[in-house]
Design a binder for this molecule. Structure first.
Ligand code: LLP
Length: 438
């Protein structure tokens, strides 16, 4: 998919770059991002919303993969940006992302974070709870300004891949509950504040969702809430933010919709349910993360040790693992992979791909069909763009890999591989502990 193909040498090529050459140049493990595919996904969102005729914003949920080059890229494509911490905010600001197109999320923003965001003049705060509502009001009042606010509400819909659960009353750490009156109380507080400009509400129902029914139900409930609020408080929402969660295809078992189909379903549902509530359909904002960057990422590994247990299993170990991709260990996520240096060779054996961490749970893929695997072969795992580098760790003091963007035969490092000095860069030996062997 994307610009990936097997070239004349039988090597996997992405963005016109031979992965065997990329290994030579940058080493492994290496995250490779198909830049054209990321841009294509951004455009699919923007085009589908333009087609809907509604006023909209597409904010890339930077938590999926937040580095300066990525912030630049989505900015060029006209997207907004969702950040959830001072680190993501700092990355975006340092990359020159226009502050007015940054939205600040999170269920426990600190005072420091709010002050940093206010100094930067960011565009919108998605307020999660009463503590934050009061804190933001106080900080804005102190500066004598008014800030844009969305209230995160929990509509009582939880969606996962194929099912969604309609819970009525939600037991969630996020947001104001629509069901128990706290969302309404928050609307009353925010709309009565001189320092908060209440734009509307936000709802996010889950991630890696394939079916549109969960979104449709959430929209229906938010519309009913909007109607109640309009009638009883006289407050009209200008913006409805529906969060992210649009699923992608990791393996053949996954059958997501296309971006345009997700967008059509939610914009249709918004038109339908809000037509009964408002004279004018509100602005629709969304926050896709995974579906922008997920399938554009490939991780390239070098095969090291193998262990064949006759009649049981063959383990093939690669030079990375749960440190660069914790998702299989955390969520039992499934991935597909191929030998990048022998893309045309027929499959001859079933192997399981192990990482190099000192944990039995550090397995990337179970029972993968491959050609006969040898030491020094290159393994390419696909769809690693989202929540991989973003969730990478230094467990076992393993260095985080480099990330390269590839496009039209050019490759550029967007994150350098960590060095051994990076690994110890925050370490301090206190005075009372001798610095030399005794
Ligand atoms: N907006 C909000 C408020 C969110 O909480 C999230 C994701 C998104 C947008 C973006 O969702 P996406 O379009 O990427 O599904 N680490 C997990 C995923 C956690 C998602 C958390 N929130 C994973 O690796 O599957």
């Amino acid at each position: 998919h994307g610009t990936s193909k097997i070239n004349a040498k039988g090597h996997l090529e992405i963005g016109g770059c031979d992965t065997v050459d990329l290994k030579q140049q940058y080493g492994t493990p290496l995250y490779i991002v198909d830049e054209a595919l990321v841009r294509q996904r951004c455009r699919e969102y923007m085009d589908a919303f333009k087609q809907s005729g509604l006023t909209f914003q597409v904010a890339y949920a930077s938590k999926a993969f937040c580095v300066m080059a990525m912030c630049r890229l989505v900015e060029e494509e006209g997207l907004s940006l969702d950040v959830v911490s001072e680190g993501e905010l700092y990355t975006a600001l340092q990359a020159g992302f226009p502050p007015e197109r940054i939205h600040f999320h999170g269920n426990n923003k600190t005072l420091d974070e709010l002050e940093m965001a206010i100094s930067a003049g960011i565009g919108c705060y998605v307020v999660d709870n009463f503590t934050e509502l009061h804190m933001l009001q106080a900080v804005a009042a102190e500066k004598g300004i008014a800030v844009n606010v969305l209230l995160r509400v929990t509509p009582g819909v939880e969606a996962h891949t194929h099912e969604f659960i309609s819970t009525g009353q939600t037991d969630s750490k996020f947001g104001f509950d629509i069901g128990n009156g706290s969302a309404k109380e928050a609307v009353e507080l925010a709309s009565g504040s001189l320092n908060l400009r209440l734009l509307g509400v936000h709802s996010h129902i889950g991630s890696q969702i394939f079916e549109v029914e969960g979104f449709e139900l959430a929209i229906e409930r938010v519309a009913r809430f909007a109607s109640d609020v309009k009638e009883t408080l006289g407050v009209v929402f200008k913006v409805i933010n529906l969060g992210g969660g649009f699923g992608i295809r990791y393996t053949g078992d996954d059958q997501p919709l296309q971006v345009s189909q997700y967008v059509k379903a939610i914009t249709d549902a918004v038109k339908k349910h809000f037509a009964e509530v408002y004279a004018q359909i509100p602005e629709i904002w969304v926050e896709p993360g995974r579906s922008i960057i997920g399938d554009a990422g490939t991780t390239l590994y070098t095969v090291g040790s193998t262990k064949d247990i006759p009649g049981v299993r063959k383990y093939v170990a690669v030079d990375g693992g749960m440190t660069d991709n914790p998702r299989p260990a955390l969520y039992d996520s499934k991935y597909e992979a191929m030998l990048a240096n022998r893309g045309n060779d027929p499959h001859e054996e079933t192997v399981s791909i192990a990482g190099k961490c000192c944990e039995s749970g550090d397995m990337l893929i179970w029972d993968l069909e491959l050609p006969k695997v040898n030491q020094a072969d290159l393994l390419a795992v696909s769809c690693t763009g989202a929540y991989n580098y973003a969730m990478a760790s230094n467990y076992n003091r393993i260095r985080r890999p480099a990330v390269v963007f590839v496009k039209d035969g050019a490759s550029d490092v967007v994150v350098k591989r960590e060095t051994l000095d990076d690994i110890i860069s925050c370490d301090v030996i206190p005075e009372r502990i001798s610095k030399q062997p005794s």
